[in-house]
Design a binder for this molecule. Structure first.
Ligand code: HEM
Length: 484
């Protein structure tokens, strides 16, 4: 009794709420008539919470073990929801070939994205509208633009890394995250928005980014959490920055050749132009979609290259052989000839795809491999798991071996075996931009530095963040003194 009296009212309310949830969940589970032919279940004795801890701590191992035990389709409970995973190319086809009205993306993503991007864009609108918005993005991301982007990215990278000096040990993930906000803002937002990107605005992006958290996904949006409040304040402040830039551009007599201009000139099928708020939301969406994905991939690439010094040296030689021994400024057309760099990036995306799970909410019963997935299940495919299956990738599935992509067997692998950018109607539209950006940044870094692991430390995967970043990502670097 004394202990209860010691508790604060907030603790009591929280504990009571959890108890009520668990009891209600147990009753619901007992009363519900189970549909037939459900996928096999990974059992858990913990009501409501289910497998949340096991999955949260070691998701790849958890899913691989479940696959080995139950096969390509299995379900488990976490925080009161049932998740059904489809493993391997054949089972994954259900998700990637599905229509949005059967397996729905908005239901699972909009709680995270709408507070960050705002209303009227992405998962806040019906999918056929988002598809029109994606088409506008695709128009803006074309080869002629990429040709302009490469020198901009090179210039930003050279400028950024001046602060690193000739040698040292630094957090490469922090550096690449900061750099990629600058490069993406310059290439995707235009000169007006890039010119006001100072430390204050960078902090706003960081607060906005705090909105992409497990808490935002799991907890009600009205809870007065500090991270939610910061996110909402940052959203308002950044939109003001964007509105000013949009107004300036609309008033300008000259037409720029960039994404902002594409969006201002675009119309929906109905003939309606985008509102300022939609343009601002789409610009935010573009930046955020490419930010963590590209910075995490670039940081993991750093560690794979630091561990594989022979490949790092070959990459430097490739710079010399493709671009010339005096290493002149990069051009977009040269990037395609940097084929080893291409394979290294591809292999990094295989081993560490930044989006570990793509998810949809099941709206109508879905048949797969003899099972029926009922409405309400969260249907998931994990690129990380599909990229690690031994039957597809061989016994060295966990090794960094970029040349595996030279073999016909790998190139002709099953349709959904390699899916770092997803597939189907929700497929990424940023792949070519991401490749151009990361290859340009890495060309600059390879020309400037040699990278080593700090005392052999290769980071483990930080599963606490939504996108799985390297844990304690400090790397050793020194100026490349002479050509090889
Ligand atoms: C290494 C970099 C990137 C990776 C690995 C990546 C990965 C992905 C994946 C897996 C999806 C599918 C999500 C799903 O099916 O639920 C996706 C969708 C998308 N990505 Fe990317 N992405 C990257 C960079 C970018 C960039 C740079 C942009 C923008 C310039 C971008 C914009 C988008 C958009 C608009 C979608 C569509 C979402 C939908 O239709 O539901 N991505 N991305």
């Amino acid at each position: 009794m004394d202990r209860i009296q010691d508790c604060s009212p907030t603790t009591l309310v929280l504990v009571t709420a959890v108890v009520i949830l668990v009891v209600a969940y147990m009753f619901k589970s007992l009363l519900e008539k189970k549909p037939e032919n459900l996928p096999p279940e990974v059992p858990s004795s913990i009501p409501w919470l289910g497998q949340a801890v096991s999955f949260g701590q070691r998701p790849l191992e958890f899913l691989t073990e479940a696959y080995e035990k139950h096969g390509a389709v299995f379900s488990f409970t976490m925080v009161g929801k049932t998740f059904t995973f489809l493993v391997g190319s054949e089972a994954s086809a259900l998700l990637f070939n599905s229509k949005n009205e059967n397996l729905n993306a908005e239901e699972v993503y909009s709680k995270l994205t709408t507070p960050v991007f705002g209303r009227g864009v992405a998962y806040d609108v019906p999918n056929h509208i988002f598809l029109e918005q994606k088409k506008m993005f695709k128009t803006g991301l074309n080869i002629a633009r990429f040709k302009q982007h490469v020198p901009m990215i090179e210039e930003e990278t050279v400028e950024y890394f001046k602060r690193w000096g000739d040698a040292g040990e630094r957090d490469i993930f922090v550096a690449l995250s900061e750099l990629i906000i600058l490069t993406a803002s310059r290439c995707l937002h235009g000169k007006e928005i890039r010119s006001v990107l100072n430390e204050e605005v960078a902090q706003l992006y960081s607060d906005l980014d705090g909105g992409f958290s497990h808490a935002a996904w799991l907890l009600p949006g009205w809870l007065p959490l500090p991270s939610f409040r910061k996110r909402d304040a940052a959203h308002k402040a950044i939109k003001q920055v964007f509105y000013k830039a949009i107004a300036k551009r609309r008033e300008s007599q000259e037409k720029e050749d960039d994404m902002l201009q594409t969006l201002l000139d675009s119309t929906y099928k109905t003939g309606r132009h985008l509102t300022d708020d939609e343009v601002a939301g789409m610009l935010l969406g573009l930046l955020m979609a490419g930010q963590h994905t590209s910075s995490t991939t670039s940081a993991w690439l750093a560690f794979f290259l630091a561990k594989n010094k022979d490949i790092q040296d070959q990459l430097y030689e490739e710079q010399v052989s493709v671009c010339g021994s005096d290493l002149p400024p990069l051009q977009y057309d040269q990037l395609k000839d940097l084929t080893l760099l291409d394979r290294c990036l591809k292999e990094t995306l295989r081993l560490r795809p930044p989006i570990m799970v793509v998810m949809r909410e099941c709206k109508t019963p879905q048949k797969v491999k003899g099972y029926t997935i009922p409405p309400g299940h969260q249907v998931c495919v994990s690129p990380t798991v599909n990229h690690s299956l031994k039957d597809q990738w061989g016994q060295d599935n966990d090794q960094f071996r970029p040349d595996r992509f030279l073999s016909d067997e790998t190139s002709n692998s099953e349709k959904f075996a390699y899916i770092p950018f997803g597939a189907g109607r929700h497929r990424c539209i940023g792949e070519m931009f991401a490749y151009a950006q990361i290859k340009t940044i890495w060309s600059v870094l390879l020309r400037k530095y040699e990278f080593d692991l700090v005392d052999g430390y290769f980071p483990s995967v930080n599963y606490t963040t939504m996108i799985h970043t390297p844990y304690k990502p400090v790397i050793r670097y020194k100026k490349r003194s002479r050509p090889l």
